[in-house]
Write a new protein. Structure first.
Length: 171
């Protein structure tokens, strides 16, 4: 089903499968299995990257690091605007525009539950485009979940909106 939709042949599917299981699989190993030369495997991988079918992401496995995560479902009049406002937030992982009562789902991670609560109460909850929200703490992840986290600074992460300090940006 996905192969046809993405215009992949069997060899492309095998390359994707092998790289998902082990991103460090060499092109030479793939070539031996597929009975292709290393340059042919390289060309296929480049084609898959150009199409956006495979993408390399270096990050932390959130399933293993043990930091609290929250899924926040939001009813908003402008989901794109809310996503844009949160893009620079160091605690924001990702967001999804959805259908139904809540038309936006956002994922956050923090060092503790108090920080997640601050994000909800002092930033999201008083955002002028948010009508209603529901926060759920993620207890368990079923699969590995790799996301980039900025650890470039040893000092405390500072949120531009001061949501952790209890200062509301929106009045």
């Amino acid at each position: 089903m996905f192969r046809e939709k993405l215009s992949l042949d069997k060899r492309d599917s095998i390359i994707i499968e092998k790289l998902q299981k082990n991103p460090f699989t060499s092109q030479q190993e793939l070539g031996k299995e597929l009975k292709l030369s290393q340059p042919s495997v390289s060309a296929r991988i480049n084609k898959l990257r150009q199409k956006g079918i495979i993408h390399q992401l270096v990050g932390m496995n959130l399933k293993k690091i043990g930091l609290p995560m929250a899924k926040i479902d939001i009813s908003t009049i402008e989901p794109n605007s809310v996503l844009k406002d949160f893009k620079p937030c160091p605690f924001f992982l990702n967001g999804f525009i959805t259908s139904g009562k809540y038309n936006l789902c956002m994922l956050f991670i923090a060092r503790d539950l108090k920080t997640l609560d601050g994000i909800v109460n002092y930033h999201l909850g008083c955002h002028p485009k948010v009508r209603e929200l529901e926060m759920n703490i993620i207890i368990t992840l079923a699969k590995d979940f790799v996301m980039p986290l900025d650890l470039s600074e040893e000092k405390e992460i500072q949120c531009e909106q001061n949501c952790i300090k209890g200062i509301r940006k929106y009045y």
